[in-house]
Design a protein around this ligand. Sequence first.
Ligand code: NAI
Ligand code: NA
Length: 396
Amino acid sequence: MIIEPRMRGFICLTAHPTGCAQNVKNQINYVKAQGKIDGAKRVLVIGASTGFGLASRITSAFGCGASTIGVFFEKPGTEGKTASPGWYNSAAFEQEAHAAGLYAKSINGDAFSEDIKAQTIATIKADLGQVDLVIYSLASPVRMHPTTGVLHRSALKPIGGTFTNKTVDFHTGNVTQVSIEPATQEDIDNTVVVMGGEDWSMWMDAMQKAGVLAEGAMTLAYSYIGPEVTKAVYRNGTIGRAKDHLEATAATITEQLQALGGKAYVSVNKALVTQASSAIPVIPLYISLLYKIMKREGIHEGCIEQMDRLYRARLYAGTPISLDAENRIRIDDWEMRDDVQAEVARLWEEATTESLVELGDLAGYKNDFLNLFGFGFEGVDYLADVNEVVSIPSIS
Ligand code: NAI
Ligand code: NA
């Protein structure tokens, strides 16, 4: 069928298989153009189908030449209904990896469950023996707790008081005030259960017990800090509490992995347009101003540039990994530069529906958003009749 974007609120209901494949190819070409990375050879990516996880998988495979296993939760297409973008991305990734002679298998299901952990461990045992690197890049609004069976729902709320600030509807460009009511203690607890470090630690624990972690294995999860203007709703809000927990979990896992000389790190990444970040109020306005400034300064990066730099300049630079005072890897260093943040703060005051057209990069935001679903890529014929049912080689 001919597939067009169908927007509803912060999501797009359709995805384009050829466009998603183009997105994956572009990312692969970017990494290949930077040259080889002397890094991990057997990599598990949890949350491998979109955003930072997909970019990590691509960098592992096409930078390090690694065998990869990707875990994700995506919907396949059916007659007349497109798949979720992560499904098409993963189908394209596997095809490209196999064509390049690289091992790649995927596991589709709930990563929070014991069953998916067991399936993944069995696949590692059977095919790779062990892994050297585990990337933990899940972003989910809900988590079914594997031992209690309780379904926890995360919240994106400030703590302690109502938060009022500007936001933009990136579809219309309308800048308005948004007020978000403070979280209850239950909201905070639930968000920590969903997006904190417990599940990461459960994965590492299960893998260590099964003997599928190599000597000196490394694991990485992703965090965010961000600017003053989003602090109340992000870093000092419910999600920030979860990130505090995630960051603290790195130290616990490192201790747990001592016997095999393993290490757990959190990398603080740059704000980017992904399905997860588009749903957080205030963030889209911040991102549209940030993009404008970073592009002007020649320091803008997308997911693939971020992950490529993470591997090349931090993880496998051949020097001890540089960490901040809280033991975190910082790849948000360009976003957080004083001059960049000062300019964001200045533009933030001036931003209105009328002025944002000039001040911000709404066009860039919208384009990145469309790209998430495989739309807006050069070289893709969007008028062509395409098959919406695409299989992932290792799954079907
Ligand atoms: P994303 O939404 O693009 O990717 C999420 C991934 O998790 C997908 O592969 C999805 O299939 C998978 N997933 C979700 N629920 C699952 C489940 N129950 N079982 C298995 N797989 C599941 O998200 P994004 O933005 O790449 O986020 C990844 C991490 O990076 C998160 O920890 C996020 O907080 C962090 N981060 C994001 C930033 C941003 O601006 N987008 C900035 C800095 C950090
Ligand atoms: Na991801």
